[in-house]
Design a protein around this ligand. Sequence first.
Ligand code: PSU
Length: 290
Amino acid sequence: MNAVVALESTVIAHGLPAPHNLDAAYRIEAAIRAEGARPCTIAILKGQVRLGLEPHELRYLATAEGVRKVSLRDLPVAVAQGCDGATTVAATLHLAWRAGISVMATGGIGGVHRSADGRPSMDISADLEALARIPAVVVCSGPKTILDLKATREQLETRGITTVGYRTHEMPAFYTATSGLPVDARCDTPEAVVALYQARLRLGLPGALVVTVPPPDRVAIPTAVLMPALEEALQEAERQGIAAEALTPFLLARLRERLGSRVLQANLALLEQNAIVAARIARALAMAAL
Ligand code: PSU
């Protein structure tokens, strides 16, 4: 069994600004190779499902106009209509699992959005649906800070998705290491994650094992700094009527504008760290299967 790490492509086309998006894509792939695993960035190019992109294809995805953000419902549309599409966690998980890849890495997963009045909204990411039914390991820094974290945590629970804290007892929330919410189990090594994952598989449970890794200390942003900027961004989104798939990229971009380069630095650093942890888990899984 080969150690492979699937990577989503929405973060390249919609999550990060140019030219940092392409740098990040190259750096993440290089980090996985340096750990002895194979990166497999997933996207739709001219209607073709692509598992693994060449460097010039990564560049295309990072710079082309009109690349669609493709979640589960959009997958058949992008394929049938010959579009370029960047896959979200949900669509990436689906395609990776079909191809026999059981470990993926990302920055932050989607979840339950908040409305400007601070209450959970009906806008819920399809990531949660995919995580509920695809039995893969998803390495991330928790749900994105922009979400209703408590409601998202409850949804993970309701859907039977086991949430692991990698070297932490607390679920991180993307740019910040603290959410005030617990994880279901703490694992300190890739082997411990693999043992938990294998137990899930043996028990015939359908959903994913979500491994949450706090952002590196040197870049993590305190909640007290994040929250005022987020409140403002949420109100602006509501005024402008921004919702559904446009909301996450809008809020991330507004936080970058308001809080400056530290937001970008945090995002880049956590993406790379998560890729490294995912590569180590993929290797441990490959060893366990021998
Ligand atoms: N991680 C990042 N930046 C991103 C994403 C993840 O660091 O932009 C993307 C993932 O593709 C995830 C998506 O699936 O954001 C969630 O979008 P939505 O809330 O619209 O489902």
